[in-house]
Design a protein around this ligand. Structure first.
Ligand SMILES: Nc1ncnc2c1ncn2[C@@H]1O[C@H](COP(=O)(O)OP(=O)(O)OP(=O)(O)O)[C@@H](O)[C@H]1O
Ligand SMILES: [Mg+2]
Length: 467
């Protein structure tokens, strides 16, 4: 475990806090001068877990300390401790991302330890995520794949891990979720010398598929005028991508099973067994387990294919990726179609984020391309969105078209107590209306209760606040 840095110009406070943290098993460094503290943090960053800083100090304010940390080390939590903070100070700091703040003198010092522990846990996950993001954005293989949601990051990580092995992979997911893109990424990262050969198993009749996969000998059937190599032979040393594996007939399933088990097969009309070294990736948007229950898909083949399973999430399960994808496709299609489109309005983006996207990324891509081509303006807006999307979204009861500014959304970290939530919310309202009577009315808690709460939290009202 790393250490906590405490910055307070008042020696007695810094010292008392330090002792308290040490008693609870933490390593602590204290500073009275924030400038020196920041220098220390830079030099020892790998060993620092948390910063506690006073707000008002002569050399620089706690807020400036926080800004500097946020800029250089965004994963490092900062807790502000202050002798006097107004509601608006507190709200501004929480909004900007200060982990928490405490008013001196501390009425509940054990609580500080608890919050410090939570802050350190938060740092660990945040840092892991940031490290992963940096690593992934450096990898060119993933640059084609837009999406940095947790679900997608987990997929990229799994892909990196399994790509170099020879294990068979089954990729499942709705249509348009990027199964083929992931198969390509796996092949590239596998560094297998051979090619990636793709076969769409749904596009061919059974006979054609068989000869496509395994090849045929001259004269094997009418029209087989010369020997033809199958896809498995072409993929030797590389990877075969069996798309829409759920559509394959029973007869071919048996043959595929044999290739998976023995790496051997015969060309159609041929006697001689051919051996290949091929990595198999299969994909489907069907529910194979359901097909096994129906008796149309072999269970043994399923287990052979499904050594590693990658499930691509539907776009509606990772809506946080929609803004990135929208921006990416606007840029791409404005270039392709030589249009000058600068972006999309927040309201239109909200619509796109609320839509269910049954066709996933492919559908989003087509919608944006259409919007880019059809609009005469430079910013995409609601009126450019296809009617079926507008209809579906406006029908949803929980989607209220909200013209209030974004700042009315208060973000709350999961894992804090109800009292903290109450504190953040009340401070937010106080800061917004600067009127206690109004805040009491909105929240329905009564003015007296509100005063008591503020007093308990040690909040000093702004001079300009109305009672
Ligand atoms: N994360 C992504 N970033 C950028 N483009 C993507 C992403 N995911 C998918 N696409 C694009 O969306 C389209 C559909 O992707 P892909 O063909 O891989 O989907 P699929 O899951 O194989 O769909 P289907 O089941 O219909 O075959 C492709 O043009 C692909 O380039
Ligand atoms: Mg596909």
């Amino acid at each position: 475990m790393g250490q906590i840095v405490i910055i307070d110009d008042e020696y007695s406070i810094a010292d008392a806090l330090a002792r308290f943290f040490q008693m609870n098993g933490f390593a602590v460094s204290t500073f009275q001068n924030p400038v020196i503290a920041l220098d220390f943090i830079d030099k020892n960053i790998d060993n620092i877990d948390l910063i506690l800083t006073d707000l008002v100090m002569p050399e620089m304010s706690g807020q400036q300390v926080f800004q500097k940390i946020k800029n250089d080390y965004p994963y490092l939590p900062v807790i502000v401790i202050s002798g006097k903070a107004t509601a608006s100070d507190a709200v501004t700091m929480m909004k900007e991302g200060v982990y928490d703040f405490f008013i001196k003198p501390f009425d509940n010092i054990d609580k500080i330890i608890l919050i410090a522990k939570k802050a350190i846990e938060w740092k660990e996950t945040k840092k892991e995520n940031l490290d992963l993001k940096t690593k992934l954005s450096e990898s060119t293989v993933f640059q084609r794949l837009i999406g940095r949601s947790k679900k997608m990051l987990q997929i990229y990580e799994l892909v990196e891990q399994v790509a170099p092995t020879k294990a068979s992979i089954l990729i499942t997911g709705e249509t348009g979720t990027g199964k083929e893109e992931i198969a390509e990424a796996i092949h590239k990262l596998s560094q297998r010398q051979g090619k990636l050969i793709k076969v769409n198993c749904a596009a061919l009749t059974e006979t054609l598929l068989e000869s496509e996969l395994f090849g045929h000998e001259k004269g094997a059937f009418t029209g087989a005028i010369k020997t033809k190599l199958g896809r498995f032979e072409l993929a030797n040393g590389g990877t075969i991508f069996l798309d829409e594996i759920g559509e394959v007939s029973q007869n071919i399933q048996v043959k595929l099973l044999r290739v998976l088990q023995t790496k051997q097969f015969e060309r159609v009309g041929g006697e001689q067994s051919i051996s290949v070294d091929v990595r198999i990736i299969a994909a489907t948007n069907k529910d194979l387990l359901e097909k096994i229950r129906e008796g149309t898909f072999r269970e043994d083949l399923y287990f052979r294919l499904n050594v590693i399973h990658i499930h691509m999430p539907a776009l509606r399960e990772r809506t946080e990726d929609i803004p990135l994808l929208v921006k990416y496709f606007i840029d791409r299609f404005s270039k392709d179609h030589q249009r000058q489109i600068d972006g999309i309005t927040p309201k239109a983006l909200k619509f796109l984020m609320a839509y269910s996207w049954p066709g996933n990324v492919r559908e989003l891509m087509n919608v944006i391309e259409n919007m880019v081509i059809l609009t005469k303006e430079t910013i995409l807006d609601i009126q450019h969105i296809p009617q079926n999307i507008v209809n579906e979204v406006t029908k949803k009861a929980d989607f209220i078209i909200n013209d209030e500014p974004e700042e009315d959304i208060i973000k709350i970290k999961a894992g804090i107590s109800l009292e903290e939530v109450e504190k953040i919310y009340l401070l937010y309202l106080l800061n917004k209306y600067k009127n206690k009577a109004k805040v009491a009315q909105i929240t329905g808690i009564g003015r007296k209760t509100l005063y008591n709460k503020l007093e308990k939290w040690g909040i000093i009202p702004d001079k300009n606040d109305q009672e």
